[in-house]
Each structure stands twice: as C-alpha cells, then as structure tokens.
Write a protein that binds this ligand. Structure first.
Ligand SMILES: *Cc1c(COP(=O)(O)O)cnc(C)c1O
Length: 232
C-alpha cells in the first residue's frame, strides 16, 4: 500500500487544524467548536498510530472488517472510533460492541438493532441520522421529512444517544454551491431541535468542502485524503 509517511501525516494534521481554526474565526464560530475526525478507512494501523502521536483522538472507519483489527491493535481508551460507512443489518452487533459513534443511520430497524445490541451498562452509542441533502436518488440518506420522523423514534431508544445529522452532498468545487446543502442541514437540525429533541452535532464537511461546511455550522468534519493522502 502506498501510504503517507509519518512526517507527512503529522504535517497534514497540523495544517488541517490551522485551516479549521482559521475557518472558525472567519465565520464567527467559537474556537474549538469544530471537531476533526480523521477518516482512516483503508489505511494501515501505522497511519492511525502516526495521527494518534499528534494527539488526534477521533477516527472514522467505513468497513467493519478493515476496522476491527485496528481497533484491537490500538486499544487505547483515549481513541474514539466512529463508524461512518453504510450499515448492513448483519454487522450491527459488532458495530454496537466496538464503536462509540455511528454516523450513517438511515433506517429505524438498524437503529433498533444497535439499541438492542449495545451493552446497556456502558455509555449509549452516539448516532447521527444520514440525510440526503442534494436531492439525488443515487445518494444515500433519508429525506428531510423522514429525518424528522426517524429522529422522534430514535430519541426514544435508551441505549442510543441521538447526537445529530450527517450528510455527504453531491461533489462540486463551487464554494457557494457547496454551502447550500450544509445550510439546509443546519436548518433541519434547528427544526428538529424546536420539536424538543436536542441535537448538538452536524457531521458535515470532507477534504474538498470543509470550509463551506464550517461556514454553515459543522461541528465535526470528516477528513481522509487531506490527512492520509489519496486512497488507492
Ligand atoms: C471517505 C469518507 C470521508 C473522507 O473523505 P475525504 O474526501 O477523503 O476527506 C468522509 N466521510 C465519509 C462518510 C467517507 O466515506
């Protein structure tokens, strides 16, 4: 595997941190209000270790079989693992047992399974509902109306903690166009909030649209390429 060197990863993390801080300042966001999630999918354990050495503590993984060996190898309680990929129902048990966060909830039955399979004696599993913010049939995520209904149901599940909304908009390089779906997601979060369901997370922004997401209120950016280099 062609992966970034330890030094490159360290430099990239410093650079992303300063870009996040600059965007917080530019758009009137509180310093430190945007969390950096390092997306380590497909990357070897050494890359996660290199990032952890820079005090990067939140990691995102998409593929369960790829993630489990890394979680086992780096069983440091300082690391928070986020499952950000599509969820098959036969994988929910291992996700509930090994992760702290799940970002891609699109169906109530998946949420119910995670709720049943999460050990009730540990902290609830943090979850976000994945919303289709670009109105494309090919993109994953629920509609805005479905998200409100799903939020009401998930809110009642005791072993899950509904934290907020996640989206992956259609890719574009136009900054104003990038902002639009993120703005819609923020408005949806406010709407759900006004119905009595407290949400504190907007999981939005990747390497190519991080600044637009922060401008629109992102609280967590999911960054892979800009930290670890291009994936094969
Ligand atoms: C791969 C992935 C990312 C990271 O994307 P980059 O463009 O590499 O920063 C973020 N979120 C999700 C859900 C992903 O699958």
């Amino acid at each position: 595997m062609n992966h970034a060197s330890k030094n490159t990863i360290a430099e990239n993390i410093k650079s992303i941190r300063s870009q996040v801080a600059a965007a917080e300042k530019k758009y009137g966001r509180q310093p430190g209000s945007v969390q950096l999630l390092a997306v380590s999918k497909t990357r070897p354990i050494e890359d996660v270790e290199a990032a952890f050495a820079e005090h990067q503590c939140h990691f995102g993984e998409n593929y369960l079989q790829d993630a489990l060996p890394k979680i086992a190898a780096i069983s440091d309680s300082a690391i928070t693992w986020h499952f950000i990929g599509p969820i098959q129902s036969n994988k929910t048990r291992q996700i509930a047992e090994n992760f702290d966060w799940v970002h891609g909830i699109e169906r109530l039955n998946i949420a119910q399974r995670l709720n049943e399979q999460r050990d009730p004696t540990i902290k609830p599993l943090n979850v976000c509902i994945q919303v289709n913010s670009s109105n494309e049939t090919s993109k994953s995520g629920v509609s805005f109306a479905e998200a409100i209904e799903l939020a009401k149901s998930i809110h009642l599940l005791p072993n899950l903690h509904l934290r907020g909304l996640m989206t992956i908009p259609a890719a574009t390089n136009d900054f104003e166009q990038q902002r639009q779906p993120f703005r819609l997601l923020r408005e949806l979060k406010d709407k759900i909030h006004s119905q009595g369901i407290k949400l504190d997370t907007l999981s939005m922004g990747m390497s190519n649209d991080m600044e637009a997401a922060i401008a629109e209120g992102s609280t967590l950016v999911r960054i892979g390429t800009a930290i670890f280099g291009q994936r094969n």
